[in-house]
Design a protein around this ligand. Structure first.
Ligand code: ZN
Length: 236
């Protein structure tokens, strides 16, 4: 009897990850690929003039990106929002209100996602809508709701202090060195909303020039996922 229980326990431990993956959506931070591809992602928009300035830069450089928008901003700036996908970029869901979700109920989480999906669709966007939680927060509640909704949970492996207005005036050595260290298959977090984002616009220009000169392509998250051998998640 003891050996049966021991074997069962071993089985559960061995398959724990797979069992959890049936119930909870695993966050994706990066894609394992040797191809020279990077997915730039922008959170907290749409917000003029920064979203449009970034769209223009992407367009001039034949690059694509993914914009994780807030429902309330889509409502406030519908024409800026539409430019995102009319320029061929991808749209993601970053909730309606930008609350921290790891302390909220499942019904609250679901409502925030459904409302934001609805306005994105009402505006005429037809592509995939993946999800990124505000503040990159994670919880079983968030992951459970996303699994139920069959929605991918996209986080990131690279982020910058692009929201700091002194990013370029008083550059931090760690931040500057990170610009040179973006690996293939990265999902990079940047911000087009939530405040003065002139530093972000400059950073996008620098990243595009630097990596395109080395043969890198800037693609949407959906395109990046199609490159995966194995996605790298965080897990619990
Ligand atoms: Zn955010």
């Amino acid at each position: 009897m003891l050996s049966i229980i021991a074997n069962l326990w071993c089985l559960i431990r061995h398959y724990k990850h797979s069992i959890l993956a049936i119930i909870f959506e695993e966050p994706i931070k990066q894609v394992n690929t040797n191809e020279k591809v990077i997915a730039l992602t922008f959170d907290d928009g749409p917000k003029p003039p920064y979203t449009e300035q970034i769209l223009e830069l992407l367009y001039q450089n034949n690059a694509k990106a993914t914009f994780f928008v807030l429902g309330r901003n889509v409502k406030q700036y519908p024409n800026v929002f539409k430019k995102i996908f009319l320029y061929g970029n991808e749209v993601g869901n970053h909730t309606w209100d930008h609350d921290r979700l790891d302390v909220k109920s499942r019904s609250f989480i679901e409502e925030q996602i459904v409302l934001t999906d609805k306005i994105i669709r009402d505006m005429g966007y037809q592509g995939n809508i993946y999800f990124r939680s505000p503040y990159g927060s994670q919880s079983y509640g968030i992951q459970y709701v996303l699994k139920k909704m069959n929605k991918k949970f996209i986080l990131y492996n690279m982020s910058f202090r692009d929201w700091d207005n002194n990013f370029w005036d008083r550059p931090h050595p760690v931040q500057i060195s990170k610009i040179f260290e973006i690996p293939s298959g990265s999902i990079v977090l940047l911000h087009d909303g939530g405040g003065d984002r002139h530093s972000t616009v400059e950073l996008v220009e620098v990243i595009l020039k630097k990596y395109q000169s080395k043969g890198y392509k800037f693609i949407t998250v959906s395109e990046l996922l199609s490159y995966h051998n194995q996605t790298v998640g965080i897990g619990f």
